[in-house]
Design a protein around this ligand. Structure first.
Ligand code: NCD
Length: 307
């Protein structure tokens, strides 16, 4: 994967994805075996975490990944405790962080922020979410989870929820075109895929269909990818209330699904998956979150060695 930065899933060919997933599988096995050489792999390297929006999984799994590779982390902390509060521009912030670290992981509320940051620095930048834009490292761990459970060939994926503001959806859909997956997108009309994303998917030859109800397509799916309605991105709270709670996957609804349906969610969930589904053996969202560590280790390994 010869890339300097990871900004959008559109940068990743099928072979790039396979390179990352294969490396992740190796590192996963090394973690499992307690391989002591892991701690030497990036000893002395420093990764900067710069998160302008809340995060639990993404930030902590990058942090854990870097430490498992023997590296260290410097964390900008919340926006309230950094110089952003004093009016510093993003371009200035990232140019300063470049002097402190060998790589930068950036999350920002503005679409395009990571692409812009990458123009100002020479160290690798990973987009950990830019507004309603992209979240490509999430996609890599999603694909890793799909590969382990359903396989990436001859795949039918249903994505339900907030397709408009959900950046994990935009990245995943883009990457799935590389695997010729059939895709069913289920959302309220007001939260359909953005036009630009739909256009790019069609350009890439995607096999996609859009629906407003999940039930009619459920039995065709190998993977169901459920997403949270992204409340914080709605310009108007009333619009959010109209669609909140619109879809809820529970034990009852899963009766209509194939027995081996893999249920995924990037998390955090609000109420779109009932807690009882956690008991279902193919509910994979916690495993998916755990996969964030080996997959981000693989990504950092490749980017920091410039392989
Ligand atoms: C997602 C995000 O931040 O886009 N979370 C994550 O990184 N796992 C999804 C979400 O917030 O709903």
């Amino acid at each position: 994967m010869r890339q300097d930065h990871l900004i959008s899933a559109g940068q990743l060919s099928r072979s790039d994805v396979e390179t990352v997933l294969d490396r992740a599988a190796e590192l996963d096995a090394a973690l499992e075996d307690g391989d002591p050489s892991l701690r030497e792999r990036h000893a002395g390297a420093v990764l900067a975490l710069s998160f302008f929006e809340p995060s639990t999984r993404t930030k902590m799994s990058f942090d854990a990944a870097m430490k498992r590779l023997g590296g260290r982390v410097v964390d900008m902390g919340g926006v309230d405790s950094s110089s952003v509060k004093k009016g510093e521009s993003l371009a200035d912030t990232v140019r300063v962080l470049e002097g402190y670290a060998d790589g930068l992981v950036l999350r920002h509320p503005r679409e395009g922020a990571a692409a812009m940051a990458a123009e100002f620095v020479d160290i690798p930048v990973v987009n950990a979410g830019d507004g309603a834009g992209q979240h490509p490292s999430q996609t890599l761990l999603d694909l890793y989870t799909i590969r382990e459970n359903a396989g990436l060939d001859d795949l039918t994926v249903g994505v339900v929820g907030d397709l408009k503001y959900g950046r994990t959806v935009h990245s995943l859909a883009t990457a799935l075109t590389e695997f010729d997956a059939r895709m069913h997108f289920v959302s309220p009309e007001s939260l359909q895929l953005p036009r630009s994303v739909r256009f790019d998917l069609h350009e890439a030859g995607a096999q996609l269909r859009e629906h407003t109800e999940l039930e009619p397509v459920l039995d065709q799916l190998d993977v169901l990818y459920v997403t949270r309605i992204q409340r914080e991105r709605f310009p108007d709270e009333n619009e959010y209330r109209k669609v909140a709670g619109r879809y809820r996957v529970d034990a009852d609804s899963l009766n209509a699904a194939a027995d081996d349906l893999t249920v995924m969610h990037p998390l955090p969930r609000v109420d779109e998956i009932a807690p009882e589904v956690d008991e279902y053996e193919n509910a994979k969202y916690f495993e998916q979150a755990h996969n964030g560590v080996p997959v981000r280790m693989a990504l950092l390994d490749l980017l920091l060695r410039n392989e």
